[in-house]
Write a protein that binds this ligand. Structure first.
Ligand SMILES: Nc1ncnc2c1ncn2[C@@H]1O[C@H](COP(=O)(O)OP(=O)(O)OP(=O)(O)O)[C@@H](O)[C@H]1O
Length: 753
């Protein structure tokens, strides 16, 4: 290598040399992986041949055990190969140069562990204890680390390195490169998907990630402090540290919206974990997926625990249109059970049985009641027995029970509330008159639109538990065409959360039953609701927004689970904090608590966050305000505008020239339609913003981030959101680098109304 006149190498030469050294090691790792891959393929092929049999008839015992052995081998080998293929990119991302009394050691850190033929580690899995100093070492507590190096790779090429020195002065042979990996990572542009941070996890984050599984681990902190990304790395860590328990028992990750799950879905696979179930809150119950959000008043009624009494009454009520009395000639005796008698027996049976598994006790209770009415003084015990057995097998009784006491689907029962008279009756002394109306209106909206709301889903879950499982489809459904279903699916996907193409859910704009073909009720009742799936670990993000009824729904899925709970009270959109806290404690069921607080905002440039901070401090003086660590020198733009669409167009085009990655327009429902057209225009226009620009409604922006945002009509965002200014705070903390805030002047606002 050439040097300058004084014999020193230039910085470019130093960098090239260091990268070449790292490349050598990375090449060795990939070579080893190729060998391992070939071995895995061999094992797979070997496994296949072991289970093969020439005969077409029955399989003998010894052949069976061959098949089991084969399955186990094929499974393991296949999985290993799959891992290796998936981990190809950026497999090695770190290097530690360490020094202890025995001398120097170099340790490479990567997404999976790789060993050479002598079983010597070439790469240590980031979750292994030996990788811990990579994350925990600091200049104050170096843990034998001299230098921590973060490698940047594209495919299998090393393209950059950033060093942090843990000692005051580097030994002569240790070169120090770059400005530090964290700042380099934070300055990069954002795409539509969250990235893992495995190479730059900070020490305080690592503590939360590696905390023991037991009990409840709470991660709190202000916006952009890495709560979500830390929690996801924690899920990967738990799977690594106790794979048997968490892979078999399952890990459930729950977030606020489908847009959020789409945003984070790549993080765990990039960490080598695919066995985690990701769900939006409106998507937790099988066969009941939310397609819309409720207006704040309806969401408040449905989220509060008071609704349980309303649901309890509904779950015990008679089926609409069911016969009101039973009349039949049974064993030569005229039986008549009137409505009051039936009501009395119904409550008695329901005191001891789940409704959907009470057919037999109900039939016997009716028989006993009928006998008490028709018995004669000279009847003997055998007459009673004969009467009862004739009663329970009687065709007319059977026909009556099929209509009066058939199993009911929890979704069907919830839809009974669309009837204002029923809703009033169930809500008496529990909800106000107005609340009962709001509830009933909202269920009519569900029925008309064919779309469950996110809050409906937790009510269905509650009813499901009250009613007991329906073994077969209880309702005779109308016939509907496949094309109609496709059309409904297409409409649904337009309305759920954020979509790149269209505005997010807007209750007033939902299609009515008349606008849509087919029977929306059939659509709402499609599929089968089984008992809740249970998990060994439940991770809840944006926990501050989970309503008390939703906590109950989550609690049913984690009765024996450990929990990771992530949240920030200042971003809450759920008002009654005390009720939600109590419901959440009930859901956990475990008193063991561990709390981690995150105090550094890694997302927002300092200038963007200062703007948001001012807004929240005015209304929530005790908000948890983190420190933003990165400066851009560019202040957010705040403009009063007459033509909102034109101003948004200008802002987007300006921002597109300033940032490389994603841009979002965050707008309240009032502007959604016009801005959706603008987004369509810009995405396909000459600016070519296709993959970069999205339109998002304020609530659905929770948990997401973009390079730049255009925030439209902040006052209206406050006015339309259940959480008011807290939701605006969420919106104002989504931009990493640039933000424009557009305030319509009075002329444009009144034009809109
Ligand atoms: N150690 C780190 N290295 C690199 N990037 C990081 C690190 N920690 C956090 N980040 C980045 O900071 C951003 C914010 O993280 P995240 O979304 O997890 O924050 P949050 O606390 O959940 O935010 P909010 O509550 O506002 O939704 C993400 O882009 C994340 O990748």
């Amino acid at each position: 290598m050439s040097t300058n006149e004084t014999g020193e190498r230039s910085p470019a030469q130093v960098l090239a040399h260091e990268l070449a050294v790292e490349q050598q090691h990375v090449d060795r790792v990939y070579q080893e992986l190729r060998k391992a891959d070939e071995r895995a393929a061999l094992v797979e092929a070997e496994g296949m041949s072991r289970g093969r049999t020439d005969r077409t008839g029955d399989i003998r015992d010894e052949e069976m055990s061959g098949l089991f052995a084969r399955d186990a081998l094929v499974f393991r080998a296949g999985r290993r190969r799959h891992d290796l293929e998936r981990q190809h990119e950026g497999l090695v991302f770190g290097r530690l140069d360490m020094q202890d009394d025995h001398g120097r050691e170099v340790r490479y850190i990567g997404r999976i562990g790789v060993r050479d033929d002598d079983y010597e580690p070439l790469v240590v899995d980031w979750r292994a204890p030996a990788a811990s100093p990579f994350y925990r070492a600091t200049p104050v507590d170096p843990q034998n680390v001299l230098r921590r190096r973060v490698l940047r790779c594209r495919d299998d090429r090393v393209i950059g390195a950033e060093d942090d020195l843990m000692v005051a002065e580097a030994p002569e042979d240790l070169v120090v490169l770059g400005e530090g990996a964290l700042m380099a990572a934070l300055g990069r542009s954002r795409s539509a998907r969250m990235r893992d941070i495995v190479a730059t996890i900070q020490a305080h984050q690592d503590e939360a990630i590696r905390a023991p599984a037991r009990g409840v681990t709470e991660i709190t902190g202000g916006p952009g402090t890495g709560k979500t990304v830390v929690a996801l790395h924690r899920a990967a860590y738990l799977l690594y540290s106790d794979r048997r328990r968490f892979e078999a028992g399952g890990v459930l990750v729950v977030g606020p919206s489908p847009a959020y799950t789409a945003y984070i879905e790549r993080v765990l696979p990039s960490l080598g974990e695919e066995s985690v179930v990701l769900r939006a809150l409106g998507d937790v119950v099988e066969a009941c997926t939310a397609g819309r959000l409720d207006p704040p008043a309806a969401a408040a009624v449905k989220g509060s625990l008071r609704i349980r009494r309303v649901l309890g009454r509904a779950s015990r009520d008679t089926i609409p249109g069911a016969p009101q009395e039973l009349r039949a000639m049974i064993a030569g005796r005229a039986v008549r059970l009137d409505r009051r008698t039936l009501d009395r027996i119904r409550s008695r049976v329901l005191r001891r049985h789940h409704r959907n598994s009470s057919l037999e006790p109900m039939s016997l209770a009716l028989a006993a009641e009928a006998w008490s009415q028709v018995r004669r003084p000279d009847d003997r015990d055998t007459d009673r027995e004969e009467f009862i057995s004739t009663f329970v097998d009687h065709l007319e009784v059977d026909a009556f029970l099929r209509r009066w006491w058939r199993p009911v689907d929890p979704r069907e029962v919830l839809l009974w509330l669309a009837d204002p008279a029923r809703a009033r009756r169930y809500a008496q002394d529990v909800l106000s008159h107005r609340e009962a109306e709001v509830l009933s209106e909202s269920m009519r909206l569900t029925l008309e639109s064919g779309l469950w709301s996110a809050a409906d889903v937790s009510l269905v879950d509650d009813l499901d538990v009250r009613l007991g499982e329906v073994k077969e489809a209880p309702v005779e459904r109308g016939f509907f065409e496949i094309e109609e279903l496709d059309e409904l699916e297409a409409q649904r996907s337009l309305r759920v959360g954020v979509t790149p193409e269209r505005p997010a859910p807007e209750h007033s704009a939902l299609p009515t039953a008349r606008e849509r073909h087919g029977d929306t009720r059939d659509e709402l009742l499609r599929g089968h609701i089984g008992p809740p799936a249970e998990y060994a670990h439940v991770l809840v993000d944006e926990a501050q927004d989970v309503s008390p009824m939703q906590w109950r729904m989550l609690g049913r899925r984690g009765r024996w689970a450990s929990w990771t709970v992530v949240g920030d009270a200042a971003q809450a959109s759920w008002e009654d904090v005390a009720e939600a806290t109590a419901a959440r404690e009930d859901a956990f069921g475990s008193p063991v608590r561990r709390s981690f607080h995150m105090g550094t905002n890694y997302r927002n440039a300092r200038e963007v966050f200062a703007y948001a901070e001012k807004v929240i401090r005015e209304h929530v003086p005790d908000a948890d305000i983190p420190d933003a660590v990165r400066e851009t020198g560019v202040q957010p733009v705040d403009r009063t505008v007459t033509d909102v669409v034109d101003a948004a167009r200008r802002s987007v085009l300006d921002l597109a020239a300033e940032v490389d990655g994603s841009i979002a327009i965050v707008a309240p429902a009032r502007w959604a339609r016009e801005l959706a057209d603008l987004v369509d225009e810009l995405r396909s226009g000459p600016a070519d913003l296709g993959g970069r620009l999205v339109l998002v409604d304020p609530l659905s922006s929770k948990g997401l981030e973009y390079d730049a945002t255009v925030v439209v009509d902040p006052d209206e965002i406050v006015a339309e959101s259940p959480g008011g200014v807290r939701v605006l705070y969420v919106v104002l903390t989504r931009a990493a680098h640039r933000m424009h805030v557009l305030r319509p002047d009075s002329a444009s606002s009144s034009h809109q109304r």
